[in-house]
Design a protein around this ligand. Structure first.
Ligand code: PMP
Length: 441
């Protein structure tokens, strides 16, 4: 039984002056309630009640080196001792830009920001400036941050194979109260992994479409990989039709490979947005891409602003993280992948053993686990058939077993995780699956 008395009283205290009681809306969804961290080290996190967890939430993705990694911490501390932010330029920015251009296959040049949301805003702005067009194609089930111009909810989940491009472009609901409805007038929302809808829409609206933005793997909804040839088609059509192709690698950048998903898949988008893992847990993001697009920033024709952009702490964190990941020829990626293959395979075996229908979609050091009566989940409509309540209950029960999970099903692993953590996790899953059908949720 999980004791969370201290977390409970802190949450009550927090709600008084901290709107929502949490600092990012999504965190409120954790069951039985948002927990309070005391400290964390490596793959383990301890809460304020003294419970210790093997952590697969990993700060929602950035902690690719685990918590409080020594090299990263030392680099951050060294940077802080020299001053945190100058409002002037410094070597860290030059070194980081050089390193990113060296590692990311699509990058001629880069621009630095603070969050994934900001990087996406800049990428869209560059695309509109370059093409002189205004519409943006995005896909149901993908997430590109919470700015008004891109944030949507997804009744588009009903969009079927036979959707026409006119229908697709007319159904774009806002993601939140308070969002300007007009801000989405330029969005064309399409089902993902459907080559025919993509081709017909791009061809019929080419004169208006500035950019197509896509996650390379649909990490935000089921960790669904692109169909063979789908991203290639996206690349080919956008090039042919004068549309900027943006891959949103905020999750996949420095996670699926050093050079992100576009390296792994051998695709060269015009722009990529990266964040999360790039900073190892410190706020930093980047837009990287073709010189002919990035050049608009040179003359400030496209404004790229931010008081703390490229600050010394953030650039030191990114440099240390990227250098750690590059050690031994990037062998940590192979290790993380091996661990997650062992974990996801183990989970499939346990689902079978307990006769609980479910799917685990894994690629590299990230996977999505869901309870669903399907053998495969390859699109957003199928993903929506999962039993999300059952999974939230599963994640809640896993806390009592000392495993911290994201309540929506997405798991990350870090370089700090070891096979012993995976073995312990599988034993915990075995016990929890055994009680799951009796659990009320
Ligand atoms: N793009 C993608 C693909 C994301 O997954 C996220 C965050 N989950 C964002 C953009 C927004 O990043 P941030 O939360 O740093 O603003």
């Amino acid at each position: 039984m999980l004791t969370i008395e201290h977390s409970k009283s802190k949450y009550e205290q927090a709600k008084k002056h901290l709107a929502g009681g949490v600092a990012s809306s999504l965190r409120a969804s954790m069951k039985p309630m948002p927990l309070y961290a005391e400290s964390a080290q490596g793959a383990r996190l301890r809460d304020v009640d003294g419970n210790e967890y093997i952590d697969y939430l990993l700060g929602f993705g950035p902690l690719i080196l685990g918590h409080a990694n020594e090299e990263l911490t030392n680099s951050i501390l060294a940077a802080m001792r020299k001053g945190y932010t100058y409002g002037l330029q410094h070597d860290g920015e030059i070194e980081l830009a050089d390193l990113l251009v060296d590692i990311l296959p699509c990058a001629d040049r880069v621009a630095l920001s603070g969050s994934g949301t900001e990087a996406v805003m800049l990428a869209l702005r560059l695309a509109r400036a370059h093409t002189g067009k205004h519409k943006i194609v995005r896909f149901t089930g993908h997430y590109h941050g919470w700015s008004d111009s891109i944030f949507t909810s997804f009744p588009g989940a009903g969009l079927s194979e036979s959707v026409t491009s006119e229908e697709a472009s007319s159904v774009v609901p806002p993601g939140t109260m308070g969002q300007s409805v007009n801000s989405l007038n330029d969005i064309i929302l399409l089902p993902w992994n459907d080559p025919d809808v993509l081709e017909s829409t791009l061809r019929s609206h080419a004169s208006e479409i500035a950019a197509v933005i896509s996650e390379p793997v649909m990490c935000n909804s089921g960790c669904i990989v692109p169909k063979p040839g789908y991203l290639e088609l996206m690349r080919q059509l956008t090039e042919e039709l004068g549309i900027v192709f943006i891959l949103d690698e905020v999750i996949t950048g420095f996670r699926l490979a050093q050079g992100g998903a576009h390296e792994r898949f051998g695709i060269k988008p015009d722009l990529v947005t990266i964040g999360k893992a790039m900073g190892g847990g410190i706020a930093i993001s980047a837009v990287a891409g073709k010189a002919e697009l990035m050049k608009y920033i040179d003359t400030s024709a496209v404004s790229h602003l931010g008081t703390l952009n490229g600050n010394g702490v953030a650039t030191a964190a990114a440099l240390a993280t990227i250098r750690e990941l590059a050690k031994n020829n990037g062998s940590s990626y192979r290790r993380m992948e091996e661990l997650l293959v062992s974990l996801s395979t183990g989970i499939r075996v346990l689902l079978h053993k307990h006769n609980i229908p479910g799917v685990v979609n894994q690629i590299g050091p990230v996977f999505h686990m869901m309870f669903i009566n399907e053998h495969e989940v390859n699109d957003f409509d199928t993903f929506n058939k999962r039993d999300a309540g059952k999974y939230a209950k599963f994640a809640e029960l896993m806390l009592s077993e000392g495993v911290l999970l994201r309540p929506n099903g997405l798991w990350y692993v870090s370089t700090a995780h070891e096979q012993a953590d995976i073995d312990e996790t599988l034993l915990a899953i075995d016990r929890v699956l055994g009680q799951l059908d009796e659990a009320v949720y």
